[in-house]
Design a protein around this ligand. Structure first.
Ligand SMILES: Cc1cc2nc3c(=O)[nH]c(=O)nc-3n(C[C@H](O)[C@H](O)[C@H](O)COP(=O)(O)OP(=O)(O)OC[C@H]3O[C@@H](n4cnc5c(N)ncnc54)[C@H](O)[C@@H]3O)c2cc1C
Length: 195
């Protein structure tokens, strides 16, 4: 099983599969410590229940035990403070009547590597960083269309084609141009094949 992306979703899937002994390979285009923007800060109660199922809720709580947690409402980053909410620290959660777990404050730069470590500890999971899936090449391979990718760093090429990406047929016909890969690479491959 190939899983593309070692974010919370890919890693959770790997943990689910790995805990059943199903072999899977997770590929991630960036490095393991690349998550440096604090998204996914609040690990919800439901997510903590998943971690509990995997036997790692207590470890997650320990990992984030000393993180300070508060929320400020500001007019701008360096503006006036409008309101401030303080929360109990992670190490001192307030249980709710409906769940054995409490939510956790654990930003993505901590949480993703934590999930990765657990996924890797399951024998059947392999993680590869700096490894990118290439949807267009994959789509071409599925259709048996020969496709060669070339990095051309010539200003003339950019000037000529006016786009960062160009798909050229062997007869020189420019079949497609764009700045980003199309959302549906298979549709492009089929169009180039004239299907
Ligand atoms: C500002 C902000 C605040 C947020 N706060 C919260 C919060 O408090 N609580 C919460 O639960 N959620 C929060 N979220 C949402 C949360 O971050 C996302 O729901 C979560 O990260 C989604 O996980 P994911 O694995 O689907 O995607 P991602 O975390 O984006 O991971 C996808 C991974 O796939 C990799 N990838 C993509 N394409 C390829 C490729 N072709 N080959 C190899 N690798 C590839 C990417 O590099 C990336 O690492 C927040 C989001 C934002 C933007």
């Amino acid at each position: 099983m190939l899983i593309v992306g070692a974010g919370p979703v890919g890693l959770s899937l790997a943990i689910e599969l790995g805990s059943r002994g199903i072999a899977c390979l997770v590929i991630e285009q960036s490095t393991e410590d690349a998550a440096n923007f604090p998204t996914a800060n609040n690990i919800s109660i439901r997510t903590m229940e998943q971690l509990r199922r995997w036997g790692i809720a207590a470890q997650a709580r320990e990992l984030a035990r000393d993180l300070p947690y508060g929320r400020l409402w500001m007019t701008s980053l360096d503006g006036c403070e409008l309101a401030r909410f303080s929360y109990p620290p992670n190490g001192n959660p307030i249980p709710q009547p409906f769940s054995p777990e409490t939510f956790l404050w654990c930003p993505k730069p901590l949480f993703d590597p934590f999930l990765a470590r657990h996924a890797r500890s399951l024998g059947s999971v392999e993680l590869r960083y700096r490894c990118r899936s290439a949807p267009l090449e994959e789509a071409a391979a599925v259709r048996g269309l020969p496709l060669r990718v070339a990095d051309i760093h010539l200003p003339e090429a950019l000037h000529l084609y006016q786009r960062r990406l160009t798909l050229v047929r062997p007869d020189g016909f420019v079949a497609w141009r764009g700045d980003e890969l199309p959302a549906e690479p298979m549709a492009l491959v089929d169009a180039v094949r004239g299907v």
